[in-house]
Write a protein that binds this ligand. Structure first.
Ligand SMILES: *[C@@H]1O[C@H](CO)[C@@H](O)[C@H](O)[C@H]1NC(C)=O
Ligand SMILES: *[C@@H]1O[C@H](CO)[C@@H](O)[C@H](O)[C@H]1NC(C)=O
Length: 579
């Protein structure tokens, strides 16, 4: 057992920790896993008009790591509390200045502005039409008795949700959500209303401690609502919006009828032939829905009629809108369309087919580093090319359906055809899948036994070992000194030898003495992880190599080991798991 120690101390700290989670939840979404390059909070809300440019997560727990107010986009047709649904939560951080790093990022294309769309929602959604009339209506307001939200936090998220609806490109969206510490909220604006109406229903709960304000019972397009809850129950906020989205009123049991009716100024949209600007009476005639169109047709060269899914879309609503059946909708997409997981789990912001024909390319995801959602990906000209194989990961790592590279089961296991996920799975592999160890047919002619000597082990109160004792039984063929530092400017090796072990290490007999660079800090620690990266750039590489060769000669050593621990940006989960 003792023999083992020099290996274990070099890597033990993170191997032991990561083993706990190895078959556990996805490292992307695990609330306690910190990726060196993935901050706690999503991107700053600077692009309110394109939810596809926001940061995506697949679990609510992951959101809890961020303590800032967040704006959230969820599909109403993919319930957060349904274990069979495949969640996609898009999110941005409110109330912050955009960082320089964010400003340099290329924003994802807005799929709603794609020229290939069958029915550009921004031009035809009723709520995008300019004509309308101001009508004052009565909203029912119910205030929360228990689980009170903090009213300062309530006001911050209400302001963010209002901004979302002020952006013209969101005129086809009907819902938006927010999450700030334990306060969650949803706002729903039916398609009978201009989206500026959001501000007046929102103001019904301004500076409150949570509650519900709603105008309902007029069908889904005539529904307006805001829901605030102080217990962090985002699923309840989603349920409220989904209830409004089927034209029903949210149950208000357990809340007191705080303000009775409240007058709310609404901006009501009318069809060209039915202008409802006549009065401010409390029961004006409802503007009629626009007439149904003929069922969409595939284009002549094969692509299907494409629709971008918005927050309020359900298969039922889409069937109404396009004059097709829900069965047809599933048939047009099942097994073909990227991210199509069935009618019970549709993700806002994705492209889908509303006719026969070949499916569209998936919408871009600014965080995707592999697969077809990587920004700037061009559809392959050869139709036999699988789009799942586009942009493979470096080092043959597995690419997940979310466009992330990694080596955990959520990246490497296959749970559905490329682009989709089976119910209950957060992810599935789309390329370089599998994690079986590839071996040669034969063992090597001689075995080697390698130990890492942890140069700082004498800092510990116990289980310490001096360098001179690193190989007393002679069983090691190689001992690595972990780790040498690298001078940032000269790229020369630097021996940090707090406990004066370096000379004894060099004097070890009958064993190859190897110096190691890298380790956790030089691979992942934000303060030092750039050093090896810089040393290996095309301008630094030759200097670094020459310096190492010189150092080995000068010190009379046998070799060098660059222990760069899976340096791919989002994949180095091993070293950075903090239980
Ligand atoms: C309400 O939230 C604000 C902002 O997070 C905080 O500064 C304040 O202390 C909170 N108030 C209470 C009573 O918790
Ligand atoms: C709409 O309102 C304007 C101004 O109040 C009025 O002149 C016009 O006749 C109204 N249109 C209809 C169709 O009622």
């Amino acid at each position: 057992m003792k023999r083992f120690i020099s290996i274990v101390v070099a890597f033990g700290a993170h191997l032991a920790r990561c083993a706990v989670e190895f078959n556990g939840p996805s490292p992307i979404n695990h609330p306690r896993i910190t990726y060196a390059q993935q901050p706690d909070c999503p991107v700053t809300c600077f692009d309110y008009a394109n939810v596809n440019s926001w940061t995506s997560y697949t679990s609510v727990k992951r959101l809890q790591r961020c303590e800032e107010p967040m704006l959230i986009q969820l599909s109403l047709a993919s319930p957060l509390d349904d274990p069979r649904a495949t969640l996609l939560i898009r999110s941005c951080t409110l109330g912050k200045q955009q960082s320089e790093a964010e400003m340099s990022l290329k924003s994802a294309k807005n799929p709603k502005k794609d020229e290939g769309l069958f029915d550009p929602g921004l031009e035809t959604a009723p709520a995008c039409l300019a004509s309308g009339a101001e009508v004052t209506r009565d909203a029912n307001v119910f205030l929360e008795d228990k689980k009170r939200a903090n009213s300062t936090e309530v006001d911050e998220i209400l302001e963010g949700m209002q901004k979302f609806f002020e952006v013209k490109d969101n005129c086809d969206e009907s819902a938006v959500f927010s999450y700030y510490k334990n306060t969650v909220a949803s706002v729903y604006v039916g398609s009978d209303y201009g989206k500026t109406t959001a501000s007046s229903i929102i103001s019904a709960l301004k500076s409150s401690s949570g509650g519900i304000a709603q105008i309902c019972g007029r069908g889904r397009s005539g529904t307006l609502g805001v829901f605030i809850d102080g217990s962090g129950n985002l699923a309840a906020a989603q349920r409220a919006a989904a209830t409004w989205n089927i034209g029903k009123c949210v149950e208000t049991e357990g809340r007191s009828n705080g303000k009775d009716m409240q007058k709310v100024k609404t901006w009501e949209i009318a069809n060209q032939d039915d202008t409802a600007n006549s009065s401010t009476s409390s029961t004006p005639s409802r503007p009629s829905l626009r007439s149904k169109q003929d069922a969409p047709q595939a284009k002549a060269d094969g692509p299907c009629a494409t629709h971008v899914i918005v927050s309020g879309d359900t298969c039922w609503n889409l069937a109404q809108k396009y004059g097709i059946t829900t069965d047809k909708i599933d048939e047009f997409n099942k097994g073909k369309t990227w991210a199509w997981n069935g009618c019970n789990s549709i993700d806002a912001g994705q492209n889908m087919c509303v006719s026969e024909g070949t499916p569209p390319m998936p919408a871009e995801d600014p965080q995707a580093v592999c697969g077809p959602q990587k920004p700037g990906t061009i559809a392959p000209s050869d139709p036999s090319t699988s789009i799942a194989d586009l942009n493979p990961c470096p080092l043959n790592a597995c690419c997940s359906v979310h466009g992330r590279c990694g080596t955990f089961p959520d990246f490497c296991e296959i749970h559905a055809p490329p682009g989709t996920k089976l119910p209950g799975f957060k992810s599935t592999c789309i390329s370089n899948c599998g994690s079986e160890i590839k071996k040669n047919g034969e063992p090597p002619s001689a075995f080697q036994r390698i130990g890492y000597y942890q140069s700082w082990n004498l800092d510990r109160p116990c289980i310490t070992r001096k360098a001179k004792d690193a190989n007393t039984d002679g069983s090691y063929t190689h001992i690595h000194w972990a780790f040498l530092e690298i001078d940032r400017t000269t790229l020369k090796p630097v021996v940090v030898d707090k406990h004066q072990q370096w000379t004894d290490f060099k004097n070890l007999k009958n064993v190859k003495r190897i110096v190691s660079f890298g380790g956790y800090s030089y691979s992942n620690d934000p303060t030092t992880k750039d050093i090896i990266r810089n040393a290996l750039t095309s301008s630094g590489r030759q200097t670094f190599a020459n310096n190492i060769a010189q150092f080995l000669n000068d010190e009379g050593l046998d070799g060098v080991d660059i222990d760069w621990e899976y340096p791919e940006s989002v994949s180095n989960a091993y070293g950075i798991f903090f239980p």
